[in-house]
Ligand binder design. Structure first.
Ligand SMILES: Cc1cc2nc3c(=O)[nH]c(=O)nc-3n(C[C@H](O)[C@H](O)[C@H](O)COP(=O)(O)O)c2cc1C
Length: 184
């Protein structure tokens, strides 16, 4: 099965998650194309599309929003899976908050992702522009300030587990019809 893993990443860590997922799909005999959504056209020829975005100011990056809007009609015909990477997930209850509030379901109601997931991401304060540091500090809606978050919080086991669930679902004929919220 031919699948597409499209990502939107500002500082590269979400791209790394997407490539990690791509390698897992490949191990399980899928043909996978992993690419930045900015470089992607329509999803013709792919049976399933796995989309992932970093979160800035409580929502997905503009390039992902544009991609989904532009290719909505095409994506509606596919099995679509959607995930995000952010720091809110690290906080108690943050995973649920991120899934419910950071994924803008209104951008493409027709897509109806078969599964969504929120993963913890990476913040390297030293690599952020001053404006980004300000934006993170001002817009972060967590229960604690964003400043202490500085490091790589990616949980590769959780990412692997979710990817394997998606792979298993895609390998069964009735895979894409059910809509669920992943535990992670
Ligand atoms: C300017 C900026 C704003 C951010 N806003 C949020 C936010 O509102 N909520 C959150 O949980 N994480 C937020 N983050 C954290 C990122 O989502 C997280 O670091 C992500 O893993 C970055 O992925 P990337 O390396 O692919 O850009 C923000 C990061 C930056 C730099």
């Amino acid at each position: 099965m031919n699948i597409l893993v499209g990502y939107a990443s500002a500082h590269g860590s979400t791209a790394e998650i997407a490539r990690f997922m791509g390698a897992i799909f490949q191990e399980h005999h899928f043909q996978v194309h992993v690419a930045d959504v900015e470089s992607l056209g329509a999803a013709d020829g792919y049976a399933a599309v796995i989309l992932g975005s970093a979160i800035h100011a409580g929502t997905i990056l503009p390039s992902m929003r544009t991609y989904v809007r532009r290719h909505k009609d095409d994506l509606t015909l596919k099995s679509v899976y959607f995930w995000i990477a952010c720091i809110r997930v690290i906080e108690p209850g943050g995973c649920r908050h991120a899934r419910e509030n950071y994924i803008p379901y209104e951008i493409a109601p027709g897509i109806n992702p078969a599964r969504v997931a929120a993963f913890s991401g990476r913040v390297e304060l030293a690599e952020l522009q001053p404006g980004e540091r300000w934006a993170l500090a001002l817009d972060y809606d967590g229960t604690q300030p964003s400043e202490p978050f500085d490091g790589d919080y990616r949980d590769w086991d959780a990412i692997r587990a979710w990817t394997l669930e998606v792979a298993a679902e895609l390998s069964t004929p009735q895979s894409s019809s059910e809509s669920s919220i992943a535990a992670n």
